[in-house]
Design a protein around this ligand. Structure first.
Ligand code: MN
Length: 266
């Protein structure tokens, strides 16, 4: 007797069919990890994140004639990476707040891409506001529930690490979300989290805000996540892409480098 495919099986098979026949494009949102990958620099009294480092174990040589492989080391928050709620003190007591305990379905979500690349070209300290998103929603419809809000700045096109980190006398000058935007995204739009093209999800000047590091403090305090140092956001539609980004399953990990992918219907 022929087994009738149920609706969900058909959905999956049509998704895979789309990927195989090219109707659904897979876009890589991930920076390449190497010794030049920019690492966040904290005030000297704080602990520091290791830069990415690779050391050859063997390369078809006397150390292993048939094998090539490396040891690697880096901080959890290196390159394109995932911020889990446990990363911030505000999220430390939440249930399922770490890389090994977050529900895995969170790793697949909508993408709402807010293009503020023109604004950030003029002003590296540009802050994304509620008003700017409401303007975007008039054209693209509301940010759907369970979406990543991805701030497109084209910042990732800066290939020089010094320009990318853009440190000034008062800390980094890089764009990010306005403090008022974060509670609105959580309460009014129920987002999965916030993603950016810069080294962290908060603006470079966020240490000086009246509520410091709002994207970390408030997002993680509400069990939401972060996805910084993305690339290729300029290849995504404003609305309709699906992001797949899963952190390594580190026990009680605060985050990890990810291979972030977007599925885009042509
Ligand atoms: Mn981080």
């Amino acid at each position: 007797m022929e087994k009738k495919q149920n609706e969900n099986e058909e959905t999956l098979s049509s998704l895979l069919g789309g990927i195989i026949n090219g109707g659904i494009q897979v876009i890589d949102l991930t920076m390449t990890l190497d010794q030049r990958t920019p690492t966040i620099v904290l005030p000297p009294e704080h602990g520091q994140s290791w830069p990415f480092r690779l050391e050859v174990i063997s390369k078809y040589d006397e150390r292993g004639p048939a094998t090539y492989w490396n040891n690697m080391s880096c901080g959890e928050h290196t390159g394109t990476h995932f911020d889990a709620p446990i990363h911030w003190i505000s999220g430390k007591d939440l249930p399922n707040n770490a890389t090994d305990t977050l529900p895995p379905d969170l790793f697949i979500a909508h993408a709402s891409v807010i293009d503020v690349s023109l604004e950030t070209k003029e002003d590296p300290d540009y802050l994304l506001t509620i008003e700017r998103i409401e303007e975007w929603e008039k054209i693209n419809g509301n940010i759907p529930v369970r979406s990543w809000v991805l701030m497109r700045t084209d910042w990732s096109k800066k290939t020089n690490p010094t320009e990318y980190l853009n440190h000034g006398d008062e800390g980094a000058n890089t764009p990010g979300p306005h403090p008022d935007l974060i509670p609105w995204l959580i309460e009014e739009r129920d987002v999965v989290g916030f993603g950016s093209e810069t080294v962290g999800t908060d603006a470079g000047q966020a240490a000086h805000f009246s509520h410091p590091f709002p994207c970390h403090h408030l997002m993680h305090g509400a069990g939401r996540c972060g996805l910084p140092a993305l690339i290729n956001l300029d290849l995504l539609p404003a609305q309709g892409a699906v992001v797949v980004a899963a952190p390594l399953k580190i026990r009680q990990g605060s985050g990890s480098p990810v291979r972030a992918l977007a599925l885009v219907g042509k």
